[in-house]
Design a protein around this ligand. Structure first.
Ligand code: NAD
Length: 319
């Protein structure tokens, strides 16, 4: 079995490779070649969440599980709040093949998912990027979004405004003017990414202009919420996986309130394989409910394991 420690991942994986791996995985799901197993997600108390995301990609011959979660006390200990590891198995024999650090990969695969949604659903002329959130994932989201549209400025809101300058520094690296704004000014944005651990909606329908694309990436657990359910009722809603969207994703609220039928939610993979046209009009609001599926983790971990073997990196252990 090959062990690829967390510290080696940045030498092996790029945002471009993550984008390609996640696109292939969403397309395989839409073709019925790959499926996610039910998610286990448990509250450990003190805001800590722990769970398992797993699946099988028959086309790519990838089987495995990501174990990990969200530990809000970590930052004070000098660690990031998200901690995870990915274990891959040979789908024919069940023999473990690789153990791969999952922290950077989670950020890259999550940013890749929202970038895929922006690439496919935002208006081509989108110029203003709005961000709600300024934690660890937000910087990855900004970098990935900037790869798929020619934004000319970034506006951002965060409940804790003292976190925004760090995000501003990333925008500056990308040569994008950055401004901290109040929520109503997000109406200036063509694309809005939400990436917070919020338990209640911050972004309201009144904060969003017609024709916008929203990538709602923070809600990945029952009980979290970033946007007003009325926004989902007014939008064309896409997701990585419908079963997760209605149970642990942003759509859990609108579906439970009877504002959005489950049947109105389209897997983004359908757009990727040409089974759905995606955006149908310039003034339509499109919304991607990115819940984070196990197959995304397996796709990027499999890519890393292959690259590590090719490069002679990682630690081979007898198991
Ligand atoms: P982080 O702890 O680094 O940052 C948390 C962010 O949420 C900060 O912007 C903070 O100001 C904001 N926030 C905290 N409490 C809030 C509240 N009550 N109301 C509004 N905002 C609040 O977290 P992170 O690593 O950046 O992750 C952000 C979210 O994304 C988490 O909920 C995490 O579980 C989720 N996530 C989703 C996926 C996915 O695939 N969809 C993947 C990774 C992380």
């Amino acid at each position: 079995m090959l062990i690829v420690p967390e510290a080696r991942i940045q030498e092996l994986m790029t945002p471009e490779a993550a984008f390609a791996a996640v696109e292939a995985c969403f397309a395989a799901m839409a073709r019925g070649e790959a499926s996610n197993f039910p998610v286990v997600r448990e509250a450990l108390g003190k805001g800590r969440q722990y769970g398992f995301k797993s699946g099988l990609d028959r086309a790519g011959a990838v089987l495995g599980v990501k174990a990990g979660g969200y530990f809000p006390g970590n930052q004070a200990r000098g660690m990031i709040n998200h901690q995870s590891s990915i274990l891959l198995f040979d789908p024919e024999t069940g023999v473990p093949t690789a153990l791969v650090g999952g922290n950077l990969l989670t950020a890259l695969r999550t940013a890749a998912a929202s970038a895929i949604s922006i690439d496919r659903l935002a208006r081509p002329e989108a110029r203003v990027l709005g961000i709600v959130g300024a934690g660890h994932q937000a910087a990855f989201q900004l970098r990935a979004a900037a790869r798929v549209r020619r934004f000319d400025r970034v506006i951002a809101w965060n409940l804790h405004p003292e976190m925004l300058p760090r995000l501003g520094a990333v925008a500056e690296e990308l040569a994008l003017p950055f401004e901290a704004v109040d929520l109503p000014r997000l109406r200036e944005a063509d694309v809005i990414i939400t990436i917070t651990s919020s338990p209640a909606a911050s972004l309201m329908a009144a904060h969003v202009s017609p024709g916008s694309h929203l990538a709602c990436m923070g809600t990945d657990t029952r009980g979290k919420q970033e946007v007003e359910p009325a926004l989902l009722a007014a939008a064309r809603v896409f997701t990585d996986e419908v079963a997760q969207s209605v149970s642990i994703g942003e759509a859990q609220w609108a579906v439970a309130a009877g504002l959005l039928p489950e049947t109105a939610i389209t897997p983004i993979g359908d757009v990727l394989i040409g089974a759905d046209p995606g955006r149908r009009a310039p003034d339509e609001i499109t919304l991607f409910d990115g819940t984070g599926v196990g197959l995304q983790d397996l796709a990027v971990a499999d890519r890393v394991a292959r690259l590590a073997r090719e490069a002679g990196m990682g630690i081979e252990v007898e198991y």
